[in-house]
Design a binder for this molecule. Structure first.
Ligand code: HEM
Length: 87
């Protein structure tokens, strides 16, 4: 995925709830590496982020159909890279 393009997708679609890798709705379910390892279905990898972004989960909306597959792959690459670096 294209991390730079993914950063733009994140700013426009994710930052309202996940600015700085946090979570304004469910505070423990951050995008920090330790939280993703604990809570993200499928674990800490781009494929698992793509799956959750596509399908949504509970109060998180589904982006499949609203974002292209490329946008979803790019934002997943951005999330995993930035989370690895500690936001
Ligand atoms: C959880 C990514 C947009 C609300 C998550 C998680 C990821 C993620 C990776 C798992 C975090 C964890 O389990 O620790 C994204 C991306 C987005 C996006 C990449 C944009 C494409 C949003 C938006 C909202 C939101 C706009 C609020 C309207 C939530 C909530 C959870 C969550 C409530 C917890 C879901 C649960 O486990 O019940 N998000 N998110 N997300 N996100 Fe998002």
């Amino acid at each position: 995925g294209d991390v730079g393009a993914g950063e733009q997708v994140f700013s426009g679609n994710c930052a309202a709830c996940h600015a700085g890798g946090q979570n304004v709705i469910m505070p423990e379910k951050t995008l920090e590496k330790e939280a993703l390892e604990e809570y993200l279905d499928g674990g800490f990898n781009e494929k698992s982020v793509m799956k959750q972004v596509t399908n949504g989960k509970n109060a998180m909306p589904a982006f499949g159909g609203r974002l292209s597959d490329d946008d979803i792959a790019n934002v997943a690459a951005y999330v995993i890279k930035t989370s690895s670096a500690g936001w």
